[in-house]
Design a protein around this ligand. Structure first.
Ligand code: NDP
Length: 332
């Protein structure tokens, strides 16, 4: 049984040296436990914060201990009456070939409703993040202009499509031409801008002739500084993530924006998806329905092999992924 371990805390951009792999026996199954064979594991930007050793809303990862994150797997042995052999489950589990659970940190998923991998993406935590962030905080209304940064990723691609379903003009910001094409040609975004290109501010103003009513922010930094200049009266800024800052070793200072929030009565609110845990059922049902009806499309970028999980994780910060980045550990 192989397990990926945090060998050292990254400083700045994470590197492969921060990770190592250990091999041990497949764990024994005791009373009330199940043995799970990992099929997919999820690499997520928030894990960078946990690697830093600073307590935020979750405890930091410990050095020389396994990385833990979203996993989809199959029950291969069960001594728990709620689960049987062959059940597919999703949960918060170690980056290992096999792991043990008492059943509290896993939920059953139905492979007949959607491919099991989606339980880590469009029909899982990232989908829920887009759903609650966009609808509860962004509150997009028909005819409004919505801008999403990190738009071609797991959360951003769903957030933008939800705003389209609400009848908005939706503009996505992402880091490559391939991603811009994906947003406008496949997902139905009205316009898309490459933040690595020239004159981003001019392009933004052209794409948002009526200003911006909702900004769903996944990246922070300079992109968000530019957005602030075109936010409308009574607009809403949904602070979902700040990935451009996660590898910074020093605090980056930008324009002081509070004045604009005052003069334009702008609401800016951060959130963590788990704030909405009592409403997850509603989110899963609505996302499942939209996916089934073809109203929400999705893509996955799949890296093969547990040993390549560190590379897949690092790739989030260089923009390797379109849609949800997963690691396939074993065949379904
Ligand atoms: P993504 O699938 O969007 O992957 C990360 C993407 O971020 C990359 O593909 C890359 O795309 C972009 N990126 C990387 N570095 C930078 C940079 N310096 N500036 C701008 N863009 C960058 O990840 P997720 O969808 O899982 O997460 C998106 C955001 O949402 C993250 O900030 C994450 O922390 C946050 N999040 C928040 C949650 C919450 O509860 N609040 C829950 C889940 C996620 P590109 O090529 O466009 O640069």
């Amino acid at each position: 049984n192989r397990t990926i371990i945090l060998a050292s805390r990254p400083v700045g951009m994470p590197s492969k040296e921060n990770f190592t792999m250990e091999t041990g026996p497949i764990p024994q199954v005791n009373k009330d436990e199940v043995l799970i064979k990992t099929i997919y594991l999820s690499v997520d930007p928030y894990m960078r914060g946990r690697m830093s050793g600073i307590k935020t809303y979750v405890d930091p990862f410990e050095i020389n201990k396994p990385l833990v994150g979203g996993v989809v797997g199959k029950i291969v042995e069960s001594k728990n009456e709620r689960f049987k052999e062959g059940d597919y489950v999703e949960g918060h589990l170690p980056w290992s070939d096999y792991s043990i659970s008492k059943g509290k940190n896993i939920r059953k998923i139905d492979p007949n409703i959607a491919p099991i991998s989606t339980a880590l993406g469009v029909a899982g935590m990232p989908g829920l993040t887009a759903y609650f962030g966009m609808l509860d905080i962004g509150k997009p209304k028909e005819g409004e202009t919505v801008v999403v940064s990190g738009a071609a990723g797991a959360v951003g691609s769903v957030a933008g499509q939800i705003a389209k379903l609400k009848g908005c003009r939706v503009v996505g910001i992402a880091g490559s031409q391939e991603k811009l094409d994906y947003l406008t040609k496949e997902l139905g975004f009205d316009a898309a801008i490459n933040y690595k290109s020239e004159n981003v501010y001019v392009q933004l103003k052209e794409a948002c002739p009526d200003g911006v009513d909702v900004y769903f922010d996944n990246v922070g930094g300079e992109v968000s500084d530019l957005l602030m200049r075109i936010m409308n009266f009574h607009s809403r800024i949904v602070l979902c993530g700040q990935i451009s800052q996660y590898n910074n070793t020093e605090v980056e200072y930008g324009p002081r924006i509070q004045g604009k929030l005052v003069t334009h009565s702008i609401l800016m609110q951060g959130f963590i998806v788990s704030n909405y845990s009592t409403r997850f059922k509603e989110g899963y049902e609505q996302l499942g329905k939209w996916i089934k009806e073809g109203k929400i499309k999705y893509r996955e970028t799949i890296t093969d092999g547990l040993e390549n999980a560190p590379d897949a994780f690092i790739g989030l910060f260089t923009g390797e992924n379109i849609g949800k980045q997963l690691v396939r550990v074993a065949k379904e």
